[in-house]
Ligand binder design. Structure first.
Ligand SMILES: Cc1cc2nc3c(=O)[nH]c(=O)nc-3n(C[C@H](O)[C@H](O)[C@H](O)COP(=O)(O)OP(=O)(O)OC[C@H]3O[C@@H](n4cnc5c(N)ncnc54)[C@H](O)[C@@H]3O)c2cc1C
Length: 518
């Protein structure tokens, strides 16, 4: 297959890029692939909403910039923060024009408040903002004739000079992709390739991310020698529901603390005053470490979130999804404390990009959670990631529009690119072994590379991960490639980079906390 543009990932980043470029260049063909169905993504699960300045009386660009810088421990890139914050309102208006609807308070937008924000600033659709945005974007993208979708197709590797004998352009030429249904590996060539593969929370045993968030774009970029930065900055969300529902960790949005809910330990004590003057709405790294300390001190598997003093009408109206999910484990949020614990939530680093979302490899863009733009630094401010995805997708689309005129390779070049070479031996389908290796990797990362790190734990993690790496490599060399094996290969690469980059970082900033540097 060949397209002008190949977009890998159909979350808010990939979809909003494709919608914009599809409009700008109706004559250009765009192929979009997604690992599962079009809807399944981190975007689908976003609850809180988008942080954006919309009330220019109570709020200002300067305040949003300051809150972002403060949350990151002043490690964000100020230039990037400034343009993202200023371009945000226009991007949200476009989303509305493309079909998204946000909650209103009279004629104005209803704004939520989350940790680290000095004012109410979060534009949202009840507590299901991501699902709503995702549906609106899918409908819009489907209405454009030049976008073709391939669901259940997973990235295997980016096509680079390494795969093309004699080629020295130093570019990306598309990707090899595996179909879930027939497990065939397809070659999709393209003038421009966009990675929008989302997060990698599945590197950990407890994560708010769905099972598809395995850092595949990061793994493929790493193998293609594309620059990757700051993977050691893993944000843990303080309040994931305990226990899991059907094997998935459910997030209890910060917006509920914004509405007044309080964290309590097993003795019923509201403990945040011992840790930070911003109490329950301190930035996520502070709250996660406080919860971790309370769990350790009282030797308990979780703490509680108390929303019982909030009017039950408000809770049911503003948080219907949280209320119904808690009921599944027998917790009525209007009268019961909600059991919560921190879970891996967001990777602040990623594939390093410039202000147009260009990676270190020509012809390859990275947008959304898989990228590192400089906006988040050592810690992401709540609800800044949907904003980042929108702003950088728009910038990437604008840049692609020009790049499509400048850097077009002849079709004969693409047809000469070889098909995937690998073993076709299907005698070994070691599903159980692959699942066991994935579980082992998740436990290594949760036990040794969690909220509180140490030098000795990082060394242990590296040693134990090496065993998983060797086992995975052996399977890769012997067996026919499957989507499951591809995913494991990526998880190993991402975990390795997280450990190595953590070992190189010798101070405590933002979400990174190593007890040897206290
Ligand atoms: C529970 C939860 C709540 C959140 N709440 C908020 C919030 O309120 N506000 C906020 O700003 N942020 C929030 N976030 C973070 C935010 O949702 C994500 O950062 C953002 O949605 C990422 O968008 P994306 O387009 O980069 O990736 P995603 O939305 O994750 O999309 C990734 C896409 O890539 C595809 N993909 C992955 N691997 C492959 C592969 N190998 N081959 C092909 N396709 C692939 C997936 O199928 C999917 O289509 C939340 C995250 C979670 C998990």
């Amino acid at each position: 297959m060949h397209a002008d543009i190949l977009v890998i990932g159909t979350g808010i980043a990939g979809l909003s890029y494709a919608v914009r470029l599809g409009h700008l260049r109706p004559e250009k063909q765009i192929i979009m692939i997604s690992k599962r169905d079009l809807l399944e993504s981190n975007t689908k699960y976003a609850q809180g909403g988008i942080a954006v300045v919309s009330d220019f009386i109570k709020d200002s660009y300067e305040d949003h910039v300051q809150d972002t810088m403060l949350a990151s421990d002043n490690t964000s890139n100020p230039t990037v923060v400034d343009f993202v914050v200023r371009e945000g309102p226009e991007r949200v208006q476009e989303l509305v024009a493309w079909g998204a609807k946000f909650d209103k308070n009279g004629n104005a937008l209803h704004l939520g408040k989350e940790g680290g924000h000095s004012v109410e600033r979060i534009v949202h659709h009840k507590d299901m903002s991501g699902l709503h945005i995702q549906r609106a974007l899918i409908a819009k993208a489907k209405s454009l004739k030049n976008i073709q979708f391939f669901e259940n197709h997973s990235l295997v590797d980016l096509i680079t000079d390494h795969h093309v004998p004699g080629s020295t352009y130093g570019r990306c030429y598309g990707a090899y992709v595996i179909s879930k249904l027939d497990q065939e590996i397809v070659k999709i060539t393209a003038q421009l390739t966009v990675l929008s593969t989302g997060g990698a929370g599945q590197v950990y045993a407890h994560t708010t991310n769905p099972s598809s968030a395995t850092g595949d774009g990061l793994g493929a970029a790493y193998r293609a020698k594309v620059h990757i930065k700051n993977l050691h900055f893993v944000q843990f969300h303080p309040t994931a529901l305990f226990p899991k529902i059907n094997g998935n960790t459910f997030l209890i949005s910060e917006a509920i603390r914004g509405a007044g809910a309080k964290l309590r330990n097993f003795e019923g004590e509201a403990f945040m005053n011992k840790y930070d003057e911003r109490l329950d709405l301190a930035p996520r790294d502070v709250v996660s470490r406080a919860i971790y300390a309370e769990m350790k001190k009282h030797n308990t598997p979780h703490v509680f979130l108390d929303a019982t003093h909030i009017a039950s009408k408000k809770l049911k109206e503003e948080f219907p999804n949280i209320a119904s999910s808690c009921l599944k484990i027998g917790v009525d949020i209007t009268s019961d404390y909600i059991p919560v614990l921190p879970a891996a939530h967001y990777i602040c680093g990623g594939i390093d990009v410039d202000e147009h979302a260009q990676t270190s490899m020509q012809g390859l863009y990275a947008i959304g959670e898989c990228s590192h733009t400089g906006l988040h630094g050592a810690n992401r401010l709540a609800s800044n990631s949907l904003l980042e995805a929108l702003v950088f997708a728009a910038r990437a689309a604008k840049h692609s529009d020009v790049a499509l005129n400048d850097s077009v390779l002849p079709n004969t070049f693409f047809t000469a690119i070889p098909y995937w070479k690998g073993t076709e031996d299907v005698s070994n389908q070691r599903t159980e072994q692959l699942s066991a290796l994935r579980l082992r990797l998740q436990h290594i990362m949760s036990n040794h590379v969690g909220i509180i790190k140490s030098k000795s734990h990082l060394i242990d993690a590296e040693k134990e991960l090496h065993e998983v790496y060797l086992a995975t490599k052996k399977l890769y060399q012997q067996d026919k490639l499957t989507p499951q094996l591809t995913t494991l290969r990526n998880l190993v690469s991402v975990a390795y980079l997280m450990i190595k980059q953590a070992q190189e970082y010798t101070q405590n900033k933002g979400v990174y906390f190593n007890e040897d540097y206290v």
